[in-house]
Design a protein. Structure first.
Length: 277
């Protein structure tokens, strides 16, 4: 019998130096005493396909995918999961033993798992959700909110056309609001999500009026640097239940880690600390 190879995984993107995924996976590998390595790889656009075809031969069992390749890898993959097709992007590739590349998307899963863990009594069916933004992350958020039974999702985006596109793709439960009226869609929303990059370090502040936020509503921000955004601070002051965006990053990594390294990892305080260190 041949000796098992040490499984390799990683994250591809460009730039990649600031990715927190290597620290996350290293923490889990150590915690569970598993052999394996997880490396950041900055790959140039022209080399993407050749790199993906070569990685399995080097011992890689899969990779995470980040900006700017989440859409491009879908064209290279041999198999695409239903949820990746629906979202139109992939953040997790599995290199199968038969040589085929399987593209999946775990962002929506991570988004929902984070909310469920942080707020166990969250009831998505209790009322409308409001989503700010219509980029790649918003697509994952929208798909997963509809899947767990939110009755209506309101979306608003600076570039209205992108929000219209989401309504076309996701159907009648999606309602589009003008960006200048984004504050209005927060009224009586039970779940509120910022999926724009506004509020992130180095980006402008999210300026949407927040006085419509309903006390008791669940408010979450996908931005996790800083952890406490203005949205979450104001929402907490208004009696909302706040969930930061780091948990989504941790939970979206669970299915990939399990698949590649053979153990389903737990997301807990130590996991957060390891990534923030
Ligand atoms: P993206 O596809 O580039 O979309 C960016 C979104 O932000 C678009 O809706 C864009 O509106 C909006 N935006 C950017 N600058 C703006 C401005 N000055 N005024 C108004 N709107 C503006 O990015 P993405 O992949 O969806 O990611 C969005 C954010 O979520 C990022 O901060 C990312 O780090 C975060 N994220 C977090 C996680 C996590 O695990 N926590 C996962 C995925 C993403 P336009 O369409 O008008 O440009």
């Amino acid at each position: 019998m041949s000796m098992d190879k040490i499984p390799l995984a990683g994250v591809i993107g460009s730039p990649i130096a600031h990715s927190r995924s290597p620290r996350l996976h290293a923490h889990w590998l150590r915690k569970y005493g598993l052999s394996g390595h997880y490396v950041p790889m900055d790959i140039a656009p022209d080399n993407l396909e050749a790199a993906l075809r070569m990685l399995p031969q080097l011992g890689f069992v899969g990779v995470n995918v980040t900006i700017p390749y989440k859409e491009k890898v879908m064209e290279i993959a041999d198999l695409v999961s239903d949820r990746a097709t629906l979202i139109g992007a992939s953040n997790t590739l599995i290199f199968r033993k038969d040589g085929r590349i399987h593209a999946d998307n775990t962002d929506g899963y991570g988004f929902i798992e984070n909310l469920r863990q942080a707020v166990p009594n969250w009831n998505p069916a209790a009322g409308p959700a409001a989503v700010l933004g219509a980029g790649g992350a918003a697509r994952a958020v929208l798909a997963s909110l509809l899947e767990v039974g939110v009755p209506e999702v309101r979306i608003s985006n600076r570039t209205r056309m992108r929000a219209e596109q989401l309504r076309n793709d996701f159907g009648h439960r999606v309602q589009v609001f003008e960006w200048v009226k984004a504050g209005n869609m927060l009224e009586d929303a039970m779940t509120v999500v910022n999926s724009t990059s506004l509020g992130m370090v180095g980006k402008p502040e999210l300026r949407v009026p927040l006085d419509g936020l309903r006390p008791g509503a669940l408010v979450t921000d996908l931005v996790y640097a800083p952890l406490q955004t203005r949205l979450l601070r104001v929402a907490a002051e208004q009696g909302c239940i706040c969930v930061d965006g780091l948990g989504m990053l941790l939970h979206q990594a669970v299915p990939g880690f399990e698949r590649w390294f053979g153990h389903r990892p737990e997301v807990d305080e130590a996991t957060r600390a390891a990534v923030l260190r």
